[in-house]
Design a protein around this ligand. Structure first.
Ligand code: GAP
Length: 517
């Protein structure tokens, strides 16, 4: 675990050193949970978005795009339930003055029991070696049973307070924190305030004060921009059910606990798609989108074992099915995408609050109804983090040196091809520049002549550039170059005239989409 944390720290500093992610307003020491994407980060992020957008909008005849404004009429958020219920329960430690999410403190405590149980099992596995019967040990070891009882008891109490009839039981939450003797990790004390609800939406004012300003919110999800445009798109696009509307855009949440770098941010980006279906067919579509989305992730080649579904037992009152796609990050399996069957809740609420009829006339049955919705919602930044975490490797080379390499899928890599003259003389830079000028029309290329060739290769490995070519004396004679593969480090001699074709085939988003199909 500690080793994994070290790897994660290295990934975070690698991101800064190589122009992927910087703390926001770095010269002023940053701003909590807000980050900027640097010269390589923005390219990787754009490629992730392109992969998603094209797989949704270009590859599905019945999905169209949208780019709704971040600011929306304030009633939107009343209708969606965010004004009243988009809250996190928070608690302060009076000694450290640190603020925590009360639910996270309890969930961490449950995880601690789980870890202790696993430790006991691992100790026993080592002790009994090949004679070890795990199931029997778990059901008979007094120590494991005691821990399991405590864990289950806590889990049960937690479920009760979270699902209390009038909403979350805040006093009950505090009592759990006291009974479990949970301490503040900073002060080490149990000097806790009461638990309070905290709304996560950022507020601001629209309009000059003289005209009469009103409070509006920075959107906490992009989805509502889609719901309020359902009629516009359906009518102007003459869309027939089932159909989808996809959108990529910024979302804002005043997260209490900002942790794990770009995993939980206050300003982040979502890629959401609302798929409108006939009532009664929603669970079939839910299953179908679960599979489609999992295939999209696994198509990147990171290994099926690094993904899992986490089906929700506790559903929001408007949902009739929900699951998360989790990815194996260095800090455990974590949610990257949510897939929800949201019934007709959002459209019905907007119909009620706006007074407009938001329905679909079904020409096959001659009836009108409010469509049901399947939502797929993925965070661009979390996706970015999962790609980087999987790609990062400190590789021990046969000569004992270590190279840091990002094994990014070629289609997502910020720079596709680096072009080097072997030396800075004999017309090699001019020839290399000529190749660069030719190929930059097709993909992102980089020309470099500084430092010896080995150092240039390492710099490109560190940003995940899949191919490097070197122009040498032979190039001037026969118009061939060496093409080096990032992952195998093998070099092959290829004709300059073949370069575009060889590289293009591997680095375009089309190559990913074809595998998906
Ligand atoms: N419209 C549904 C919705 O917003 P969500 O589970 O709250 O659902 C969807 O968010 C996705 O957005 C998450 O799976 C995650 O990838 C991303 N996300 C949510 N909060 C985030 C945050 N604070 N920082 C980064 N990504 C976040």
């Amino acid at each position: 675990m500690a080793q994994q944390e070290d790897v994660f720290k290295k990934i975070v500093s690698h991101c800064k050193e190589y122009g992927f992610v910087f703390p926001s307003s770095d010269i002023y020491d940053g701003l909590g949970a807000v980050y900027d994407y640097g010269q390589n980060g923005v390219e990787l992020k754009n490629n992730i978005k392109k992969y998603w957008w094209e797989s949704m909008v270009q590859m599905h005849e019945n999905i169209v795009g949208l780019d709704a404004a971040i600011f929306m009429h304030p009633t939107t958020w009343k209708a969606s339930g965010h004004v009243d219920a988009f809250n996190d329960p928070l608690i302060d430690n009076r000694d450290s003055k640190k603020r925590y999410r009360a639910d996270v403190l309890i969930e961490d405590q449950i995880a601690k029991y789980d870890e202790k149980i696993e430790k006991e099992v691992e100790k026993a596995r080592k002790r009994f070696k090949e004679n070890f019967d795990e199931a029997q040990y778990r059901s008979t070891s007094p120590k494991v049973q005691e821990l399991q009882e405590k864990r289950d008891g806590l889990h049960h109490r937690y479920q009760e307070v979270m699902n209390a009839p009038g909403g979350i039981d805040l006093e009950g939450m505090k009592q759990i924190i006291l009974d479990e003797e949970i301490v503040c990790p900073i002060s080490g004390t149990r000097n806790w305030t009461d638990v309070r609800q905290f709304n996560l939406m950022f507020k601001t004012e629209i309009g000059a004060a003289a005209e009469g300003s009103s409070t509006i919110y920075l959107r906490p999800e992009t989805a509502q921009g889609i719901f309020v445009n359902y009629l516009n798109v359906q009518k102007t696009g003459r869309m027939k059910l089932p159909f989808g509307i996809a959108q990529i855009g910024k979302a804002f949440r005043n997260e209490i606990v900002a942790r794990q770098f770009i995993f939980r941010m206050r300003e982040f980006e979502q890629m959401e798609m609302q798929f409108f279906v006939k009532p009664g067919t929603e669970l079939q579509w839910f299953d179908s989108w679960k599979q489609t989305r999992m295939r999209w992730h696994q198509n990147l080649g990171f290994g099926a074992e690094n993904y899992r579904f986490h089906d929700h037992d506790k559903l929001a009152h408007y949902a009739n099915a929900a699951t998360d796609i989790e990815f194996h990050m260095p800090f455990g399996f974590k949610e990257v995408e949510g897939i929800h069957s949201r019934t007709n809740f959002d459209l019905s609420q907007h119909a009620k609050y706006s007074g407009k009829k938001i329905e679909y006339f079904d020409p096959e049955t001659n009836e009108s109804y409010t469509p049901y919705v399947i939502e797929t919602s993925i965070g661009v930044d979390r996706m970015f983090l999962s790609v980087l975490c999987h790609a990062y490797e400190e590789q021990l080379l046969p000569d004992g040196q270590i190279r840091t390499v990002l094994h990014l899928p070629a289609a997502l890599a910020p720079v596709k091809l680096a072009i080097f003259p072997l030396t800075k003389k004999d017309g090699l830079p001019e020839k290399a520049q000529e190749i660069f000028n030719d190929l930059r029309f097709y993909f992102n290329c980089k020309y470099e002549e500084k430092d010896q060739i080995g150092k240039r290769y390492r710099r490109m490995d560190a940003i995940g550039c899949p191919y490097c070519i070197t122009v040498d004396q032979q190039t001037l004679e026969d118009n061939t170059v060496t093409l080096r593969d990032r992952d195998t480090m093998e070099q092959t001699r290829v004709a300059i005239s073949d370069l575009q074709h060889i590289v293009d085939e591997k680095v375009t988003i089309t190559s990913l989409l074809k595998k998906l199909a």
